[in-house]
Design a protein around this ligand. Structure first.
Ligand SMILES: [Zn+2]
Length: 95
């Protein structure tokens, strides 16, 4: 692709133009993707307290996304899966 600031050809994966140092659109895209991974992990974390099944689903998705995105949201995902499992066992015990 070409830098939108200086017009020089740069790598498609480049986050910053090596010629002028201006950020390319790639940075925003990566941030958005990482936020999605975090969102799933946090959704799973919240749901795990009330709905263990949803906690597992969101936690599992969050964990698989976290592994592709520098581990972002991994802690929340593992917490979600752990809490969901504990709540599920407690729920069974109460029945
Ligand atoms: Zn440039």
């Amino acid at each position: 692709m070409f830098c939108k600031n200086c017009g020089q050809q740069i790598d498609d994966q480049a986050v910053i133009c090596p010629h002028c140092g201006v950020a390319t659109g790639n940075m925003q895209m990566q941030n958005r993707v990482q936020a999605q991974g975090n969102g799933m992990a946090i959704a799973g974390f919240v749901c795990s307290f009330f709905m263990p099944i949803l906690g597992w689903v969101f936690g599992g998705i969050g964990l698989s996304r976290a592994s592709k995105r520098n581990g972002k949201g991994k802690g929340f995902s593992i917490a979600a899966l752990t809490i969901a499992t504990v709540n599920f066992i407690l729920g069974l015990a109460l029945l």
